[in-house]
Design a protein. Structure first.
Length: 333
């Protein structure tokens, strides 16, 4: 059998196999970006803290944290119990008129104590020294999140049908408590440990995230290399030079563009969910943008690289051909 009868079947197989490999690589490219993000962001506490710690310096986030910390402390401190003994001792011999006046003053004192607490908490949260407390809270939150995602039986927080998870207020309240005591507000010593969470996600979202986390753990490190291998292998099998490279780059750009579109849609969905959890719109936007910041950055870099490769493969041969024609035209006959 001659070589001419063997080559055509091989050529017929190369096109569909090469196209299939390139298409598969393009489809897996956004998945590899997501899995790499999950591995580096969800499993690495230091990376997680570095991503979200800057939120503690944002004015809107600080105002929200101050309000939630103040609410948590007010629920634990019995202001009437702090004020009443003093006024009861003073008004014991004043009669009914004195008692009515003392009751009016008592209400003002309680309100003043609450305002003093709110002002002190706001000052502490807005201070430069607050960043260490906020980072500690993030570390605690991340530890709980990882345990919940891995279904650790010893986790402090388990996924429940009506459960939520988010930033733990406990470390923040402890830091604020010590600062209040140091500032001379003795009643702060009565603040017990606070087990409160600023909700950032529902348990239903975490169930979905648990699936992403499991997949990321399994494929996160090798999937990007598999994508590169599929694209290069498809090019080698297809063997059509510049046109194949342009098609491959275009497919890669299309896959990453789909991820960016999906991120935009996911942002709208996530903001609705965070709004339902009571998070202010501005804070919710900042949180989500921090979450997907690395995903968007990586996607934009890959998209720009793919488009640049496609553009160069299209422009360079045209420019080279024109240069060659001018060279031939100027050559002596």
């Amino acid at each position: 059998m001659s070589d001419d009868r063997v080559r055509p079947p091989i050529r017929r197989w190369r096109t569909p196999v090469g196209v299939a490999l390139i298409a598969l690589g393009a489809l897996l490219a956004p998945v590899s970006i997501l899995s790499t993000w999950a591995v580096t962001q969800v499993t690495d506490t230091d990376r997680f803290v570095a991503t979200f710690a800057p939120l503690g310096a944002d004015d809107e986030v600080q105002a929200y944290l101050a309000s939630r910390v103040t609410e948590a402390i007010e629920e634990q401190v019995d202001f009437p119990a702090l004020v009443d003994p003093f006024f009861d001792a003073v008004t014991a011999d004043l009669g009914s008129v004195g008692t009515l006046a003392a009751d009016a003053v008592k209400g003002l004192v309680q309100q003043g104590a609450r305002q003093l607490l709110s002002s002190a908490v706001s000052g502490i949260v807005e201070s430069d020294a607050f960043s260490a407390t906020f980072e500690q809270s993030l570390r605690v939150s991340h530890t709980i999140l990882v345990r919940a995602l891995t279904d650790d039986p010893d986790a402090l927080v388990q996924l429940a049908p009506d459960g939520t998870i988010g930033v733990q207020l406990g470390p923040i309240v402890e830091g604020v408590k010590q600062r209040l005591i140091d500032s001379g507000l003795g009643f702060a010593a009565a603040i017990p440990e606070v087990d409160r969470v600023i909700p950032l996600a529902t348990s239903e979202s975490l169930v979905r995230l648990r699936g992403v986390y499991a997949v990321a753990q399994a494929v996160g490190f090798w999937l990007p290399w598999a994508v590169v291998a599929l694209l290069v292998g498809g090019l080698l099998i297809l063997g059509r030079g510049i046109r194949s490279v342009i098609a491959s780059a275009g497919a890669l750009a299309g896959g990453v563009a789909l991820l960016l579109v999906g991120t935009g849609i996911g942002r709208a969905v996530a903001l609705r969910e965070l709004d339902a959890l009571g998070l202010p719109p501005g804070v919710a936007s900042l949180v989500f943008d921090r979450v997907v910041g690395d995903i968007v950055s990586a996607s934009v870099w890959v998209l720009c690289f793919a488009l640049l490769v496609a553009l160069l493969c299209w422009v360079v041969p045209i420019a080279a051909a024109r240069w060659q024609r001018r060279k031939d035209a100027s050559a002596p006959a």
